[in-house]
Ligand binder design. Structure first.
Ligand SMILES: Cc1cc2nc3c(=O)[nH]c(=O)nc-3n(C[C@H](O)[C@H](O)[C@H](O)COP(=O)(O)OP(=O)(O)OC[C@H]3O[C@@H](n4cnc5c(N)ncnc54)[C@H](O)[C@@H]3O)c2cc1C
Length: 456
């Protein structure tokens, strides 16, 4: 049983720890945060990460029948998140993860003209839902499962990774107490996974520089409560254009059931580099974004304009957006990278948590295969890198081009200079084409679950 250290207990780190544990590794998580606080706002996790969408086949019989049969007759595992042993209900129940089963993503111009809508998750025929969740609740559900299956003593907080030494058959990791900066005793392991996020020190230790690049964009995020639902209460809505776009979606199933809307919203805009260290929690004022929000006043979500939603928001947080050129490999011998540490992404197309979870799935599959084949940790890391490095690099590039949200840019560019009525008519006439050429093209290019490939 390989002693495996996962550095970072975020969504990717927790999913990786669970996948490796299920594959037979002896896993321990070291997390820098001294305590786990409610940080962040909403995230969307796509159906492919919740459970693999049956390789594109259309099954109509009961899920349990399929799940019981497939692994035996096709030697295929077909779940991702739910395969980590967490029942979907834990993510969905209002008293637990409280996630909404997302039904659609709709796109509007800055003026509020409907361009297109794509069905997602169950509504699109997937076997599992796409989830719209509060990041903290989603993360807590994963973390609780880590604490349950690994044991409290295997999730070590207040431990910031500082450096590593890599040898032929083992790795030595160095940590310090986050609160005091006191060095901790070195940790020897067979396998180390850097899941320490955007500003990954593991990545820096492996690559020297490796610093993420500022993309010239910021996203302002907030949460507010509305006494009505928008559309079916399960829809993600976007409006705007390339230089400014607004997203909002519901993230509380409990509130949806009461006909209310816990609205997670985000405004992505151009900004020069803010300077200094990027912080997840830099508070912003409404005045910083009022003008940009006003531009979208023709849009209404649950009866409110983007500005009115922001006015109801207690705390607005501004995030500088970074990404990094795709890496050539995730294979560093007995060390590898996962999630934002491996491929920080611009926040388009709901890919951040989704791809981190799919990395975790691939790591578990690779570990299991390598142990069966006797190729050891190095075999596992090589297979994982082959499965995930190139495909996630393509997501980085596709997201630099706005992912599916590029439909807003294309509509804005193609209607430039048109009168208002002309624009409305143009959107009605061209929405279907843009849906196929931009949204569906992007979706089709996104990575699929690795299991079928890995086990072929
Ligand atoms: C506080 C926070 C809030 C976020 N809020 C949102 C949001 O509202 N919406 C959204 O779409 N995405 C959000 N994200 C990003 C999103 O969660 C990630 O893109 C995605 O889930 C991929 O997860 P990850 O595990 O790779 O990285 P992360 O979620 O960034 O997790 C990395 C983990 O590693 C830990 N860590 C960092 N450095 C070290 C170190 N040196 N040693 C040990 N541990 C370390 C961090 O404390 C963190 O727990 C947030 C991320 C963070 C950290």
């Amino acid at each position: 049983m390989a002693k495996t250290v996962v550095v970072g207990g975020g969504i990717g780190g927790c999913a990786a720890a669970l996948a490796l544990h299920r594959a037979g590794a002896d896993v321990i998580i070291y997390e820098a945060a001294p305590e786990l606080k409610e940080l962040g706002a909403g995230i969307n996790v796509q159906a492919v990460a919740v459970k693999m969408d049956r390789c594109g086949w259309n099954f109509t019989v009961d899920d349990n029948v399929i799940n019981d049969c497939l692994p035996t007759f096709l030697n295929l595992e077909i779940r991702v998140l739910t395969d980590l042993g967490i029942p979907l209900e834990k993510f969905h129940a209002p008293s637990e993860g409280d996630a909404i089963f997302t039904s659609a993503v709709e796109y509007f111009t800055a003026e509020g003209f409907f361009i297109s809508s794509e069905k997602v998750g169950l509504a699109a025929g997937a076997s599992q839902p796409q989830l719209s969740a509060h990041r903290a609740k989603f993360h807590s559900t994963l973390l609780a499962e880590c604490l349950r299956v690994l044991g409290q003593e295997k999730v070590i907080l207040n431990s910031r990774f500082t450096q590593l030494e890599s040898f032929e058959d083992h790795v030595i990791l160095h940590f310090e107490k986050t609160t005091t900066k006191d060095p901790m005793p070195p940790v020897r392991c067979d396998f180390a996974v850097g899941a320490d996020g955007l500003k990954s020190r593991v990545c820096r230790a492996l690559l020297g520089d490796g610093a993420p690049r500022y993309t010239g964009r910021m996203i302002y995020r907030g949460l507010c409560e509305v006494e009505a639902i928008h559309a079916d209460g399960c829809t993600v809505s976007l409006c705007g254009h390339e230089n400014g776009n607004f997203i909002c979606y519901p993230i509380s199933e409990g509130m949806r059931e009461k006909g209310q809307f816990l609205c997670n919203w985000g405004l992505c805009v151009l900004r020069t580099h803010p300077g200094g260290e990027e912080k997840w929690t830099s508070e912003a004022t409404l005045e910083e974004i009022r003008e940009e929000l006003e531009e979208f006043g023709g849009n209404r979500f649950a009866g409110l304009t983007p500005l009115q939603l922001a006015e109801r928001t207690e705390k607005i947080i501004g995030w500088s957006l970074f990404d990094r050129d795709p890496l050539e490999s995730f294979d560093f011998g007995s060390v590898t990278l996962l999630g934002d540490a491996a491929h920080p992404l611009l926040p388009y197309g709901s890919q951040g948590a989704t791809q981190a979870i799919m990395d975790a799935e691939a790591l578990g599959v690779s570990y299991q295969n390598a142990m069966a084949k006797g190729t050891g940790i190095r075999g596992c890391v090589k297979e994982y890198s082959d499965l995930r490095c190139e495909v996630t690099g393509k997501v980085v590039i596709a997201n630099r081009d706005m992912g599916s949200t590029a439909v807003l840019r294309v509509a804005a560019v193609e209607t430039q200079g048109m009168a208002v009525d002309e624009k409305r008519t143009w959107c009605a006439e061209h929405g279907k084409r843009l849906h196929d050429e931009v949204i569906q093209k992007y979706r089709a290019s996104m990575p699929k679950s690795v299991r079928a490939v890995a086990e072929r």
